[in-house]
Write a protein of this length. Structure first.
Length: 343
């Protein structure tokens, strides 16, 4: 690798500006779509997405359930595109998330949801995409062109768009205020140095990434990025699950990254990281509550739903540097392409 910045690094550094651009440029459509959801008053929400977009949808599932009291379920796109099933979605809202807005199965599921009675909302980085045209409301996440195969700013902007949509729907001024402060917090998060992890990962073939609630969705995104950029296997688990069957894999020096936010689950994540450290795992945690696990720096955003996004930005900064440390080019993962269109 050369000293020249990778596309991935440039795009990570663009995240604060991309978030600010979204909150400013798409404010009218976010307000309108939020009002549309409020007027529809759905009984439940379904999400349609794949890959990093599905991790953003999982993050939004927790956010919607915790603040709006609506049950959220992920619907497999192949239910419509391959199997031709007609789901009963009267009284629901459907949130379809796709960077390109072109994948035929995502579009087919969104179209089917609309035909079956759901209010459909697209979150996409391509304003005039088939998905945007298929939905009742379309939010341009305004992340700008993303050249790196590994999605970073589009993931964050998709999550921010979903939070803003929900805040407008529920008239949550506290969350809206936290989102306005988020670009500055993300700027600080880029600078968090997690390279203490690098030594623990040397010679290892796999690691666990842990979270709970919204941070579990972030852990899933982080595990995917390890696979994409570092050619290293990573598995995401909730701290409520890892102490069961997965514990059999944990031995001395087994690396564990615990992503803790300042929310009701912080103590649970810290305690689990400490329990694994007691078994001689190389455990790291983004919380000062951990007593055995090594601490990693974090940026406190002041809101439980924006803090996981600061964590993923710090992680992105680390994983790009770690890929280069391993002699890999994070912009060119083997066998992968920027846009994958599944049927």
């Amino acid at each position: 690798m050369t000293a020249q910045k990778t596309h991935m690094r440039r795009e990570i550094e663009e995240i604060p500006q991309a978030v600010a651009r979204l909150l400013d440029g798409s404010a009218p459509s976010l307000t309108e779509a939020g009002r549309g959801i409020r007027e529809r008053d759905p009984n439940f929400v379904v999400t349609v997405a794949r890959g990093s977009s599905d991790h953003a949808a999982t993050f939004l599932k927790y956010a919607i359930e915790l603040t709006a009291g609506l049950a959220v379920a992920s619907v497999g796109p192949s239910v419509a595109s391959i199997y031709g099933a007609k789901l009963r979605l009267n009284g629901s809202a459907c949130l379809a998330v796709s960077q390109s807005g072109k994948s035929p199965d995502i579009v087919a599921m969104a179209e089917s949801a609309g035909q079956r009675g759901a209010l459909t909302i697209a979150l996409t980085n391509t304003a005039d995409s088939p998905l945007a045209r298929a939905c009742n409301h379309s939010i341009d996440i305004l992340a700008g062109p993303e050249r790196s195969v590994a999605a970073t700013k589009t993931f964050v902007n998709s999550a921010v768009a979903g939070l803003a949509l929900m805040a407008h729907c529920t008239n949550d001024e506290t969350l809206l205020a936290a989102l306005r402060e988020l670009p500055g917090k993300l700027e600080l998060a880029i600078g968090c140095d997690w390279m203490a992890l690098a030594g623990a990962l040397e010679g290892q073939k796999s690691l666990f990434i842990l979270g709970r609630g919204p941070s579990f969705a972030i852990a899933s995104e982080a595990a995917l990025k390890f696979k994409e950029t570092c050619a290293m296997h990573a598995e995401a688990y909730s701290t409520a699950e890892v102490m069961h069957g997965p514990l059999a894999l944990v031995g001395p020096k087994f690396p564990v990254l615990a992503l803790a936010s300042r929310d009701a689950a912080e103590r649970s994540v810290a305690d689990t990281a400490d329990a694994l450290a007691a078994k001689e795992a190389a455990a790291f945690a983004t919380t000062g509550l951990a007593k055995r696990a090594r601490h990693l720096p974090f940026v406190a955003t002041g809101h439980t739903l924006t803090e996981p996004l600061a964590l993923i930005v710090s992680f992105y900064s680390f994983v790009e540097a770690f890929a280069r440390h391993r002699g890999l080019n994070p912009d060119a993962p083997p066998n992968l392409h920027k846009v994958t269109e599944t049927v």
